[in-house]
Ligand binder design. Structure first.
Ligand code: MN
Length: 163
């Protein structure tokens, strides 16, 4: 089983990045962390078509996971209970993240990490490279991720790519 997930207390960049990564990994199941920021919760209530893209993963199925696509974090301590799957030596990990790499970072077979203002910016780059269609609602969610993580393009971490 392939899964795509993000950090606990998921924010709009995490949510947007999961939805974008699903377009690169169509067979993977999207998994929400068990804690969600309130504004993301409100968004998911308002847009059930996004909410329905997510599956529920029970700990009983952790052993079946052979690919973890992790977006907007590289830290096992931000995964909560799901960090247990990292003990599986056969697990492959693909990372997409914009945070500076810490010594404690998870190692991935594939690491797409750039110091952009938001992770969704680097995933949108990938979607554009592959000419993958982005719907108006997806574009709205993606821009929410960029706006939240860059303080509406005002934070010093904002890059021209985010704009
Ligand atoms: Mn982020």
């Amino acid at each position: 089983m392939e899964i795509i997930t993000s950090h606990q207390n998921i924010d709009f960049d995490g949510l947007a990045s999961i939805i974008a990564a699903k377009k690169l990994y169509p067979k993977a199941k999207c998994i929400l962390p068990n804690t969600i920021e309130n504004n993301v919760h409100v968004f998911l209530k308002k847009y059930p078509e996004i909410k329905k893209k997510f599956s529920v993963l029970s700990p009983g199925n952790y052993k079946k996971i052979n690919l973890l696509v992790l977006v907007d974090t590289q830290e096992s301590k931000r995964l909560g209970d799901l960090s247990n799957i990292l003990n599986n030596h056969l697990l492959k990990i693909h990372l997409y993240d914009h945070h500076p790499k810490e010594a404690t970072a998870i190692k991935g077979e594939l690491e797409i990490c750039k110091n952009y203002g938001a992770t969704i910016t680097l995933l949108v780059e990938k979607l554009k490279e592959k000419n993958i269609f982005i719907s108006p609602l997806e574009a709205t969610l993606f821009i929410l991720g960029i706006y939240e993580d860059t303080g509406s393009l005002t934070f010093i971490s904002t890059t021209s790519e985010d704009i």
